[in-house]
Design a protein around this ligand. Sequence first.
Ligand code: PRP
Ligand code: URA
Length: 209
Amino acid sequence: MGNVYVLDHPLIQHKLTYIRSKNTGTKEFRELVDEVSGLMAFEITRDLPLAETTTETPVTSATTKTLSGKKLGIVPILRAGLGMVDGIINLIPAAKVGHVGLYRDPETLKPHEYYIKLPSDIEERELIVVDPMLATGGSANDAIHSLKKRGATNIKLMCLVGAPEGVELVKKEHPDVDIYLAALDEKLNDHGYIVPGLGDAGDRLFGTK
Ligand code: PRP
Ligand code: URA
């Protein structure tokens, strides 16, 4: 069964407080999402395998380490997932980025896929699907199904805020996928928004409301 990890690093928790605040404007919101995404990526990549190599320093020859495992892929769920990409690829510039476009119908809350473009070798990559919000879980669930249908076998899901409903759905449908959150919130409201949450992540990132 996939595990759920809430990343409780003090810097992540501190910055998440300001991301949640309704008084945080678009510029600062975007910068904070970027920073928290980098910090979360730092935490969840701590088990990446290393191999020993030899490096000539200005002083001597040293045994050193470089990353050696599968190559990484970052897959943002459009739109809001885009806000999490730069913070991660600043740390892991060799990662390739795939895109899955999904929007959630405001009435039915069901996701609709409108775009997909992935690295050609996704079956060989360790993928991190990113989206700030895991609400009903419909979008993340569909995105992960889409990736698996195209050959992906090694997937992690990283979201800022999750609701119990979304976590349960992804755990049930994708028991092989570990879920990483900055916070697991209380519930969904009648409009499918996470409570207390942070509002509409896409609108807050792109200033569309
Ligand atoms: C939001 C959010 C997730 C989805 C979460 O996207 O970014 O993708 O809702 O809800 P769910 O877990 O119930 O599926 P939205 O559909 O608002 O699209 P946007 O990113 O384009 O604003
Ligand atoms: N999508 C968002 O952007 N926010 C929520 O709380 C739920 C879905």
